[in-house]
Every structure is written in C-alpha cells, then in structure tokens.
Write a protein of this length. Structure first.
Length: 440
C-alpha cells in the first residue's frame, strides 16, 4: 500500500502546491515520524488553501492520512493559524472523530508557513541550515497538495487548483481553475482590472512572480493572482532591476543590520547575515566562498527587502541574483549542514501579518475573495513544461486529440519532476520547450 500511494501520487503529477513545487511522490517515498499539513497560508491576501479546507475538508484529511501511511509517521498534525475560525471548526470536527490527527494553532505572523519556521513551531526541532525537514524526521505538505494526494488515490491527475484573484479587480474571488489557464481569463471572470496597465503578481505578494504578461498560465504552484497599480509600494520595492539595487546599496546602506536582525532564518540560528552581504555589494568586496554559499540559505521570504530595511534596499533581490549566477555558472556550493539553536531574541522579533500588510500598501485589498466551487470553463490552456524542480519532455504530438487527465509530459529519465496532464478536453495546438498548448 505504501508503494501504491507514492506511485499514485507520481502518476497524478502532484507537487507542493503552496509554491515550492517539489514533487510529492519523493516525499511519500521517505520515512519520517511526523507529517505536518501546512495550512498557515501566511502570505497576505491569499485564500486558496482556505477554499480547499472549506470545499474539500474530507479529502485534505484523507491526503494527510495517506502521507502518514506512506511515510510511516507516528504523528499527523494540521498546523493552522488560530485566527482561522472556520477552518478550526471544520478540522476540529474531524480531529475529534476517528481521523487520528491533532491541530496545532499558530500566531498570525510572517513567514510562519516557511517549512523551517513551521517545523520549529510544531515540533521544537530546528531543521539544519541548508537542510530539509526530513533531516529532523518531518514531512511538510501544504493542504492543497494533500487534497490532490487524495484525488491521486482516486486516479485523478493534478489538473486544477484554487487561485485567489484579488487587488485591483472588480469582483475578487477564489476560483477553481484548470492548470494552464491564461491569467487574462481569470481577470475576465473577476470583472477585469480597475487600473490602467496593472502589475500582476502570480502568487503571494511577498514571494510571487511579478509580470505584466496577461497570457501567463496558472501553474500547479499558483496560489493567487494579485492585481496592483504601478505606483503600489510593493511593486516599487520589488520590481527594481538588480543594477539599481546594487547602486542603491552603494549609496544608501548604512549597515544598521535590521535586515539581519529580522531575518527569520537568521533567527533560527542559521549563518545568514544579509547586512554583511550588502556591505560586500556596496563596497565591491569580493565575496568569500562562505558568503556566496550563504545565499543558498535564504528562503526568499522577502522580509528584509519589503519590511526590514529603512532605506528600501533589497537584500533578497541580491541573494536571488547570486543564486541565479551560481546556478548559471554551475557552481552551486555544497552547503554545510549545521544544526543550530534558535536565537533567544526570536520570539520578540516575529512580524504580525497586519503590520506587513499595512507596510506593503495592501490594506485596501483585504476584502474577502469568496471561493467558487464550480470549475472555470476555459477555451485553451498552456501546460508548463518548465517547473521549479526540472524540465519535462512532451509525450504528445501536434494535432492529437486529448481528454482531461491524459498524460502530456513527463520528466527526462530519472531527473526530478512531476508529470503533466491535459486539464481540458481538446486538441494539441502546439508543443514548445515551454508549453503544450491545448485548445478545446
Ligand atoms: S537594513 Fe538596509 S540599510 Fe540596514 S544593513 Fe540592511 S540593507 Fe543596509
Ligand atoms: S529574504 Fe531576507 S529575510 Fe528572508 S530569509 Fe532571505 S535574507 Fe532572510
């Protein structure tokens, strides 16, 4: 049965749907003593996991049971914020019956859903820097992922997900949409943008990808589409090119260390010191190997850039640039796995979400984005072939008829990745390195 669960998950192409995109079958083939359902939903404005919990609680619980069974874990925990009253009611009802899991309540701070932070909150164990939760015998899966795990058991591929559409749109909502749907279709469904030349954030405002391309497709990891005006504080802070960040660092970094003192990974005891990296950048100091390697410890939570720095500098952007360069040059450093203790000041330095939302200029968009359970009808989809954890090889030809759930692409050889499937019935219009285009 254990092998059967992992195989079903692999067949269905399930990945970490909270944003990480890691193939779930790899987690299901590991062994751990605790499985944690991540319902922290810690990015501002995003309500896609809440939609899953309210619409599909039985399957979330079933997915958790399956992951517990697959990993032979002795404990299963749902970690969720204490402010999520409806979710607590729903999951409490399940936990009091025969379902065999407990609920762990979290404070409304950012980024409590970061796997390293979450594992420490729930178990008290600190994941070694540069490591993964499995190194402390924990497996973490987002609740949307667990919903898809339960559907995988029923033989259903990962073909749709909930996406919150909010910000500058007429009618915000959390829609159930086929993977590959162009964001233009989501905008139409929500009444269109209410500003000229809107900026789109695919995902949460802190970690999502900024684009103006309305044909970008919904991915398995797309939690939200946030529509913002050009002059929004978040857009201003997040969209400067790296050359501007470097110039600003030279001109304005006063080495106050606030970026380090509020960094959630630093506060877990990891050897990550963004202020030192900014000093190197500002003064053209050639980075040491250790300093370059420290970029790989950054979770890209974005706090240093959009919240901590009084000069509006962006250490996270610098770290993203260093990581891209290391990957491009094939010089990703071997990380020293180091077990650390949380720093004693950590408790007092946690950032309430409400303060973050206000700082980002997002308070006006906090209105509800109600869930709609009906699957959105779409005329075409572009199924991505390039995901965070690898590239896929198309298995279909142009002109071929496909049904929803048919296999379209799979990982190359033994490379990590997750299969991709048709999310609508239709015909293959084109196959490129990036997408398989299916039209109804
Ligand atoms: S918070 Fe800003 S000014 Fe202070 S050290 Fe970090 S980058 Fe420099
Ligand atoms: S983005 Fe900034 S605050 Fe977040 S982990 Fe990286 S360095 Fe720390």
């Amino acid at each position: 049965m254990r092998a059967g669960v992992a195989e079903a998950i692999e067949d269905a192409g399930v990945v970490g749907a909270g944003g990480a995109g890691f193939p779930t079958h790899i987690k299901a083939r590991s062994e751990a003593d605790i499985v944690i359902a991540n319902y922290a939903e810690c990015e501002p404005l995003v309500a896609s996991d809440t939609a899953v919990i309210t619409q599909e609680p039985e399957r979330v619980v079933r997915g958790l049971q399956l992951m517990q069974e697959a990993t032979r874990a002795t404990r299963a925990v749902v970690a969720m914020k204490r402010k999520t009253e409806k979710g607590i009611q729903i999951l409490d009802k399940f936990s009091k019956t025969e379902k065999g899991f407990t609920v762990h309540l979290l404070d409304d701070v950012y980024p409590v859903g970061d796997e390293h932070v979450l594992v420490e909150e729930v178990t008290g164990r600190v994941v070694p820097q540069g490591g993964i939760p499995l190194e402390v015998s924990a497996v973490v899966s987002n609740v949307t992922t667990l919903w898809r795990v339960a559907l995988a058991e029923e033989g259903k591929a990962f073909t749709e997900r909930f996406v919150t559409v909010t910000g500058e749109v007429k009618a915000p909502g959390t829609l159930l949409v086929p993977v590959g749907t162009p964001v233009s279709r989501l905008l139409t469904e929500c009444g269109g943008a209410t500003v000229e030349r809107p900026v789109l954030v695919m995902g949460g405002p802190m970690m999502g990808e900024i684009t103006q391309d309305t044909e970008s497709p919904v991915r398995k990891t797309t939690t939200a589409l946030i529509v913002l005006p050009q002059d929004n504080a978040l857009v201003r802070k997040r969209s400067a090119p790296i050359s501007v960040d470097v110039r600003r660092a030279m001109a304005a970094c006063m080495q106050c260390s606030d970026c380090t003192l509020l960094c959630p990974r630093y506060l877990l005891g990891h050897q990550l010191f963004p202020h030192k990296t900014m000093r190197s950048v500002a003064f053209w100091v050639r980075e040491s190997e250790a300093e370059l390697a420290s970029a790989m410890l950054c979770s890209e939570c974005g706090l240093c850039g959009v919240f901590a720095c009084p000069m509006e500098l962006s250490p996270v952007h610098v770290y993203q640039h260093i990581k891209q360069e290391l990957v491009r040059r094939g010089k990703v450093p071997e990380l020293r796995r180091e077990v650390t203790d949380p720093r004693p000041e950590r408790e007092g330095r946690r950032i309430p979400l409400s303060r973050l939302v206000a700082r980002l200029g997002l308070t006006a968009y906090e209105a509800k984005a109600p869930a709609k359970a009906e699957l959105l009808e779409v005329a075409e989809v572009r199924i991505p072939l390039r995901e965070k954890w690898g590239k896929l090889r198309a298995t279909v030809l142009v002109g071929q008829a496909v049904r929803k759930g048919d296999l379209l692409a799979e990982p190359f050889g033994k490379q990590p990745g997750a299969r991709a499937h048709a999310s609508i019935d239709g015909k293959i219009e084109s196959v490129t390195e990036e997408f398989v285009h299916v039209a109804a």
